[in-house]
Design a protein around this ligand. Structure first.
Ligand SMILES: [Zn+2]
Length: 101
């Protein structure tokens, strides 16, 4: 299982789960990977902790927040939005053709 951080051209950050790096590349090539917020298919993989060479790094004394407040606000807003979407998806039923009924 490969879990990667992705972002779209609008700056929406999200997580993608794939079987492997090849699976990610294959799904991207077929246009199957899209932003869950705006739906665009131009998404880019962000560097994630396992990919960074931190073997020489030492544990920080206090981890200061590196994101500016605007970015933190956007991330918090996006997190709340995705939480609301998940709640709707788990608490509602897709009635499909029975919608009119
Ligand atoms: Zn987006």
């Amino acid at each position: 299982m490969l879990v990667v951080d992705l972002h779209c051209e609008q700056g929406h950050l999200f997580e993608g789960w794939f079987a492997s790096a090849d699976d990610l590349a294959s799904q991207q090539a077929r246009g199957l990977v899209s932003c869950p917020v705006c739906g665009v298919r131009e998404v880019v993989r962000r560097p994630s902790a396992p990919r960074l060479n931190v073997s020489h790094a030492v544990e920080p004394q206090a981890a200061p927040s590196v994101a500016p407040s605007g970015a933190r606000d956007a991330q918090a807003l996006q997190a709340r939005y995705l939480q609301a979407v998940r709640q709707v998806l788990t608490s509602t039923e897709d009635v499909g053709e029975r919608f009119v009924d």
